[in-house]
Design a protein around this ligand. Structure first.
Ligand code: ADP
Length: 439
């Protein structure tokens, strides 16, 4: 403009020259804006047209846009490549993978999902998961949002196939559904259960006969040669042990194969603990342990009485077996964050940390000689774990060698019976000191 004004000055037309150059510049700027506008409104999803070219300031602006566009294209090509690879690899998987959006409808699934779950592309895209997988058990699992354990169900496509479903949350309210075919595994598991149940059942009669004859021999031991006394007494001990193992195996297989009975009732924790304690203290009289119950006399839980009694009894008998003479055993019941906790604490031998994760495996023993001394079968804690799982609960163990152990049955809140006295102070903390020597 200054130059135009200067040139115009020579012809005595400065103002006209400035006006002219301003109009020309505005026209040029408007033309460039129009070009970039036309480029911007193009459909860039399919075409790869570059921004227009120019010079000067506008040239710099267009170049800047071009570089940004190139970087964005490279990034999206990399992302597209990754997505394609992820889709290809999950398409090759035998496991069904389904992406469910925050509105609970299907976004994407792989080929295995079509084979295992019967989804159809593209008809089912965007349909609600509840319209495609209608099994009430699956819907409960899906709606409860508690996905820590997988769910086993027959396939919606063929009832002969058993699938294991698991769900994971990701992104903003989205879910990833995985389903795998476990038909073979399920059959093997059924065969194993049947085999154990049948063998245990078949062994019951011979053991009872052997035990009976051994008892008859011991009853008439006065006619027995001295050299046979020890072997016969050992045979008697071992046959009793065999009988215990068979009984425990039968109990385990019935816990595995049957559903929890409907005969559940409200059980007062203190009464249950007293019952268990009396039975244990009687059988372990010689060890003269000091027992104590610490629990609110009003605390009530809703459980299958016989099963739950047997679980707590197992833990208290273990505490008595693995605590030396004169030791202390505390049976307590407390409300906990998860619901209700019944703990059996002893100051006995304790267990080394490396054994803790495997304690509830069948026949797992910390020390075989320690267990055979006490007549253990190695099945007690497996039974306890099963019983608690049937009640929606779990077993927690803490222990330190030489210091003692604490086994806790954790029951969910739904198992706690909240009375109308709730909130009022109940001052009946029961502390029953039982001296086993008097029993
Ligand atoms: P067992 O019939 O051998 O006692 P369990 O399944 O009841 O079988 O227990 C498994 C193992 O855990 C036992 O062999 C024992 O070594 C250990 N155990 C269980 N309870 C206790 C406890 N209170 N103190 C120390 N060790 C224990």
């Amino acid at each position: 403009m200054a130059s135009a004004g200067f040139v115009g000055y020579w012809f005595n037309q400065s103002l006209a020259a400035i006006l002219l150059i301003t109009i020309a510049y505005l026209g040029f700027a408007f033309y460039q804006i129009k070009r970039i506008h036309l480029w911007l409104i193009q459909d860039h999803s399919n075409s790869e047209a570059n921004p227009p070219e120019s010079f000067g300031l506008w040239g710099n602006v267009f170049d800047g846009i071009y570089h940004l566009q190139r970087r964005e294209r490279q990034a999206s090509a990399i992302l597209k490549n990754i997505i394609e690879k992820a889709q290809e690899s999950s398409a090759a998987m035998e496991m069904a993978v389904v992406m469910i959006n925050s509105k609970n409808s299907l976004d994407w699934w792989n080929t295995a999902a079509e084979n295992l779950l019967g989804f159809k592309d593209p008809q089912d895209r965007g349909r609600a998961i509840s319209n495609l997988l209608r099994d009430p058990e699956f819907l409960d699992y899906y709606n409860n949002e508690e996905f820590s354990e997988p769910l086993k169900l027959p396939s919606p496509k063929s009832a002969d196939q058993i699938l294991e479903f698991s769900l994971t949350r990701f992104g903003k309210g989205e879910k990833l559904l995985l389903a795998r075919n476990i038909t073979q595994l399920h059959r093997l598991e059924l065969m194993r259960k049947d085999f154990v149940a049948n063998v245990s059942h078949e062994l019951r009669t011979p053991i009872t006969v052997i035990k009976g004859y051994l008892e008859a021999i011991v009853d008439n031991s006065k006619d027995l040669d001295e050299k046979w006394r020890k072997p016969i007494s050992q045979m008697q001990q071992q046959s009793a042990r065999m009988e215990n193992i068979v009984q425990d195996l039968l109990l385990l297989s019935s816990l595995e194969t049957s559903n929890i009975t409907t005969s559940q009732s409200d059980v007062r924790v203190q009464e249950l603990l007293e019952e268990v304690l009396n039975d244990t203290a009687q059988s372990q009289r010689k060890k003269a342990h000091h027992y104590r119950i610490e629990c609110n006399s009003e605390d009530t839980i809703h459980v299958e009485h016989a099963e739950f009694y047997s679980a707590v009894l197992n833990l208290v008998v273990n505490a008595a077996k693995y605590t030396p003479k004169g030791g202390e055993i505390i049976l307590s019941g407390n409300n906990s964050d998860a619901g209700y906790k019944i703990s059996i604490e002893d100051n006995g031998l304790g267990i080394e940390a490396q054994h803790l994760p495997r304690l509830t495996e069948r026949f797992y023993r910390v020390d075989a000689s320690r267990s055979s001394d006490t007549g253990g079968t190695g099945l007690g804690l497996a039974i306890v774990k099963h019983i608690l799982a049937r009640h929606g609960g779990s077993l927690e163990v803490t222990s330190e060698t030489g210091e003692g152990s604490c086994f806790s049955c954790v029951l969910p809140e739904s198992r706690v019976v909240r009375s109308h006295l709730e909130g009022k102070e109940i001052d009946t903390e029961a502390e029953a000191q039982i001296n086993p020597s008097r029993l």
